[in-house]
Design a protein around this ligand. Sequence first.
Ligand code: CA
Length: 191
Amino acid sequence: MEESQPTVSSVETVQGVESENVALRGRATQSSILFKNVNGQDFMSDAINAIDGNQDPDFVHGSCSHTNYQLNPWWRVDLLEPHKMYAISITNRIHVPERLKGAEILIGNSLTNYGNNNARCAYISGIGAGATQTFYCHGMVGRYVNVIIRGRQEWLTLCEVQVFAEPVDKVSTISSGWRHSQLGSSHVNGH
Ligand code: CA
């Protein structure tokens, strides 16, 4: 089988480890959908818009997720199997970026409380308008990545969530140091 040649935007070198944005293969959901069943516009707010490979931060372009105004709004991507997490990059909306302040990124394998009881990778003190910020998870393991705003009524909007990680079963079959030999290379091995 030929090696795949992913686009440049799907691969990033994080802390010396080259890894792929596996969120593109995931399945996303969220606590509610803004505009659900209103004039057929709910696609504008779908959870999947945060993993469509497009970091466009302008909501009206249709590439951002958006919940209703509610207590503890959350978004989740299911990576279908446990992954070792290196970094998660979140692209904020260009308008009303302050809404994302205080959000948490959670990693784990449990769906208890919709996955919102999983361990915390990062607390988001704030991301600039239309900006993308990267949070490092230092090898935390989980199948699910959640983003939640706890303790207040808010809208949760994510224009893109990139998850740089690799499946745990793949990691365990590769000798240590293998990934570091890939530094400077532009392709991902082993598919
Ligand atoms: Ca997007």
